[in-house]
Design a protein around this ligand. Structure first.
Ligand code: ADP
Ligand code: ZN
Length: 437
């Protein structure tokens, strides 16, 4: 098999030459095949001939999720349906799902970037990949599946759910690699503990966790409880699915597969690039996608961009943890709050379980935030005083991190609903009469 990862270590100048050739071709193709791009590029007065350097990227128009929604289902397609061999949809976390399509070559690209994702964690033919991402319209399941096959690992397409079967497979089939959302991985860790199975007696060694925001505190929890190296992965349906970026074992940001996806991090108001290290909105250009060419897609995900060399030898730029989506942002009494900030605060207190739900209400025109979180079993067993003490401690911590006072409800273990996919972290009841369950 050709060395798929060679491109991850080429000199920046060589990588950028490749990106420029691909960018020019993308613009030509988008203008020729997709009415929306033709019109936008015309308005911007740019043709593929104007793309002379990568800096010209900034002259190109943006694409947004609402463009996909307006074009629902197939208006973004640059090929006739005969050339489409797969259709997926986004999870629909923030509204109507967007439909995405792949040509045969797109599937090959996707398998390649997913193989590279797995290889970043050292996955190879000897591995048994326990793929608990959901199979179906969601891109997580099949994305990991094809990548795992390409590296020659044995993939177990277990999908999410059926906890007992998950535990049986871990033990009997010797899963070495776990692929799932971080919240589901935590649920599995809990289920193993309950069944009296010690993680060190399993063969798991690496986990690829993503599809939802998570924190360093959660990483520590997953690494100790599952006895794995926990790597962050990021991707989104509109761009390809998972496979856009992954951490290397250095775990200092996720390398973007820049030969296929060109990243920018921009100020979401001015659309100027943010200074190095500052947080902004991630904008991705899909350099090679055939079915749906993607010009400067505004992901609404917030992150940082780091182009400095990485100790692992990859020359690919890295994005930081996704701290939230612009549309996840809650404005509570005028303060901007992302659920991941609350998670960060909670995870600094050892006696809590990282299962939480934020409930926002409005009473008499005043917003209130309730943070529901589970206590560790020992605290719950110690009784009411211990629970109240923990709540007070958490309240102080949250105030320290977000500068907002929240009502903290410390609940017994297992009170908060678990999900096999993306966890639900927010219940915003403002404008809905304010009644919570
Ligand atoms: P939807 O936008 O409906 O959730 P997708 O299933 O395509 O559709 O999910 C992509 C989104 O999931 C990203 O835009 C991002 O908000 C989130 N996401 C994916 N990976 C991560 C990650 N590692 N950290 C935080 N958020 C992530
Ligand atoms: Zn690296």
């Amino acid at each position: 098999m050709k060395d798929l990862t060679a491109v991850e270590r080429v000199a920046r100048s060589e990588l950028e030459r490749l990106q420029l050739v691909r960018l020019r071709a993308l613009v030509a193709r988008a203008a020729e095949r997709v009415p929306l791009y033709r019109e936008r590029l015309r308005q911007a007065g740019v043709t593929s001939r104007d793309v002379r350097s990568l800096a010209d990227l900034r002259r190109l128009p943006f694409t947004t999720k609402s463009d996909f929604r307006d074009a629902y289902p197939f208006g973004m397609l640059a090929v006739p349906l005969d050339e489409v061999v797969r259709i997926h949809a986004s999870s629909g976390t923030t509204g109507k799902p967007t439909v995405v399509a792949y040509t045969r070559r797109d599937l090959a690209t996707w398998s390649e970037v997913m193989a590279r994702t797995l290889m970043a964690g050292g996955v190879g033919p000897r591995d048994v990949v326990h793929n608990a991402y959901g199979y179906g319209l969601f891109t997580g399941g099949l994305g990991f599946h094809y990548g795992a096959e390409l590296v020659g690992a044995a993939v177990i397409p277990i999908s999410g759910g059926f906890t007992e079967r998950q535990l049986m497979v871990f033990q009997d089939l010797g899963s070495t690699v776990l692929c799932s959302t971080p919240s589901y991985a935590l649920f599995l860790a809990e289920a193993l503990e309950e069944a009296g199975v010690a993680a060190k007696d399993l063969k798991l060694r690496v986990g690829f966790f993503g599809a939802e925001p998570w924190t360093e505190g959660m990483r520590t929890a997953l690494e100790t409880r599952l006895n794995v190296m926990a790597l962050n992965i990021y991707g989104l349906s509109e761009v390809i699915g998972p496979g856009v970026s992954v951490e290397c074992p250095e775990r200092r940001g996720m390398h973007v597969a820049e030969d296929h996806f060109l990243p920018e991090v921009l100020d979401p108001v001015t659309f100027e690039p943010v200074p190095a290290g500052a947080t902004g909105e991630l904008v991705l250009t899909g350099l090679t996608k055939e079915a749906i060419p993607l010009v400067r897609y505004r992901t609404r995900d917030l992150t940082t961009l780091d182009r400095s060399p990485c100790a692992c030898g990859r020359t690919l730029a890295r994005i930081g943890r996704i701290t939230g989506r612009t549309d996840d942002m809650l404005i509570i009494r005028g303060v901007n709050v992302y659920p991941s900030q609350i998670e960060h605060a909670l995870m600094q207190v050892p006696q809590v379980e990282p299962h939480y739900l934020l409930v926002v209400r409005r009473e008499d025109a005043l917003d209130s935030l309730e943070v529901r979180v589970e206590a560790a079993a020992a605290v719950a067993a110690a009784g009411g005083d211990a629970m109240r003490g923990l709540a007070a401690q958490l309240k102080r911590k949250i105030h320290e991190v977000i500068g907002l006072s929240a009502d903290v409800s410390v609940l017994p273990p297992k009170s908060i609903e678990r999900s096999a996919g993306k966890a639900k972290r927010v219940e915003d009841l403002r404008g809905k009469g304010g009644a919570a369950r």
